[in-house]
Write a protein that binds this ligand. Structure first.
Ligand code: UDP
Length: 458
């Protein structure tokens, strides 16, 4: 029987981009001898297409066991009910886990669910907030929380200058539509800081070398530890014992179709295109993107989720399949890490969700950034101007990125001198990401320190 050093209860917000990094972090803790239990909502578990993980998963309830957020009448209703029912069911779970052997000593929670701190306090447990956004974005929300910054900015031409950050344009801060639903989402993002003065640790899925200045600045206020990138060890050249591919996914990846196709493409020839698990493109944008990719005359692998497929131009998929040169493949979901590390991939056209950004950095893939909303414009700014790892596909005054712009960006990254520089930077960041999580690296040291503190309180 394995003896564990400590027991952590992990509470992710039930969305793909939150579960992925928290599951990977859990596996890393487990490899260092910590027992892990993930508390996932019943509705999330019900919709799981892939479920293969070495860590234990237990169900809690968000009050909407059939459809989760999609069953709720509004986002506000979902968050309110989740707090109420989630606190109760999480408490019940902690009581059952307390009985045999190795009781829970710490809750690692997603700060989208700040009520987890009260639950931890009730049971005398330590708590660690796990931020799934970049430290830069966290700093922006922190300043909104403190009332120093207003989102959306009042003046569109305003320059934003807040401590810990380089000066940025108002178009580079997180973006939200102006409607009650988006206002509630922003409120939740800002509320991530509401209980943060009571936690023992603030864990951030980033690494020190990537965001030094802002991490140093935030560390003066909160007990910050960067622990990322949380991608599985085999993608960083050094497999941890028993580390398997991750397997908690709401979408079913078309793994064989993707890999078979990629295996037939020349080295660095393919543009991988994905907008993550949530973004909904305007039909006009979808059309421009579709033709931009076709007209680029390059190979592309494009993830179009099934709920977005109807926005593709008429006969697009049929024509793509019939085209003799076999230049494009559209799939409904792919194993993104396996795709990004494939030798045929030349660049990643991405919405700049934080996981996708960090995955591209970790695997050294140059980016074409096409942010949509929330933290994506800020991540895009970092990719283009600070890490110099990509180009930005600019929108026109209607907010649409036109096909010619997409073609031009592809040309720059894949063919031009500037693209070479971007590729060199990509290699550099990949190396730094790998160093951070390898034994003795900045993130590995932080995880070690976190584990030793857990052991002392267990
Ligand atoms: N992803 C994937 N297959 C796909 C598209 C995305 O596995 O076809 C994964 C990707 O690797 C990342 C997550 O889904 O870990 C998306 O998270 P991100 O923060 O990039 O975007 P979000 O979905 O939150 O907008």
């Amino acid at each position: 029987m394995t003896t564990h050093k400590a027991h952590c209860l992990i509470l992710p917000y039930p969305a793909q981009g939150h579960i992925n990094p928290m599951l990977q972090f859990s596996k890393r803790l487990q490899s260092k001898g910590v027992k892990i239990t993930i508390a996932a909502t019943k509705s999330f578990l019900k919709n799981m297409q892939e479920l293969s993980t070495p860590v234990s998963i237990e169900a809690i309830s968000d009050g909407y066991d059939d459809g989760g957020i999609y069953q709720a009448e509004s986002f506000a209703a979902y968050i309110t009910r989740f707090k109420e029912v989630g606190s109760d069911t999480l408490s019940q779970l902690i009581e059952t886990l307390t009985t045999p052997g190795c009781p829970v000593s710490c809750i690692v929670y997603d700060p989208f669910l700040p009520w987890a701190v009260q639950v931890a306090k009730k049971f005398g447990l330590a708590s660690a907030a796990f931020f799934t956004q970049s430290c830069t974005v966290d700093n922006i929300y922190y300043h909104v929380h403190k009332g120093v910054l207003k989102l959306p900015p009042t003046d569109v031409d305003e320059e934003i200058s807040i401590p810990g950050l380089v000066t940025i344009e108002s178009s580079d801060v997180p973006t939200f539509e102006i409607n009650p639903e988006s206002a509630r989402i922003l409120e939740m993002l800002v509320n991530q800081f509401s209980n943060l003065d009571k936690v023992d640790w603030v864990l951030i899925n980033s690494f020190y070398e990537l965001e030094k200045e802002v991490i140093d600045w935030m560390a003066r206020i909160y007990p910050i530890k960067t622990i990322g990138p949380t991608i599985p060890s085999m993608y960083l050249d050094k497999r941890l014992p028993n580390d398997k591919e991750y397997g908690l996914s709401v979408f079913k990846p078309m793994t064989d179709a993707c890999l078979n196709w990629l295996n037939h493409q020349p080295v660095s020839s393919v543009i991988y295109v994905s907008f993550g698990s949530l973004a909904k493109l305007e039909p006009e944008q979808m059309e421009e993107l579709a033709w931009g990719l076709r007209n680029s005359n390059k190979n592309f692998l494009w993830v179009v989720r099934s709920n977005e497929e109807s926005k593709l131009p008429k006969n697009y998929l049929e024509e793509l399949k019939l085209a003799s040169e076999n230049k494009g493949l559209v799939v409904s979901w792919c194993p993104q890490l396996q795709v990004l590390e494939h030798k045929s991939i030349g660049c990643f056209l991405t919405h700049c969700g934080w996981n996708s950004t960090l995955e591209a950095i970790s695997l050294g893939v140059p980016m074409i950034v096409m942010p949509q909303w929330s933290d994506q414009p800020t991540n895009a700014k970092l990719v283009k101007d600070i890490w110099e790892m990509g180009v930005r596909a600019k929108q026109d005054e209607k907010g649409i990125v036109r096909r010619e712009v997409i073609e031009e960006c592809i040309k720059i990254v894949m063919e031009e001198e500037k693209g070479k520089l971007i590729k060199e930077n990509a290699k550099k960041w990949k190396e730094l990401a790998k160093n951070a999580v390898e034994e003795g690296g900045s993130s590995d040291r932080n995880i070690e320190e976190f584990v030793s503190k857990l052991v002392t309180i267990s």
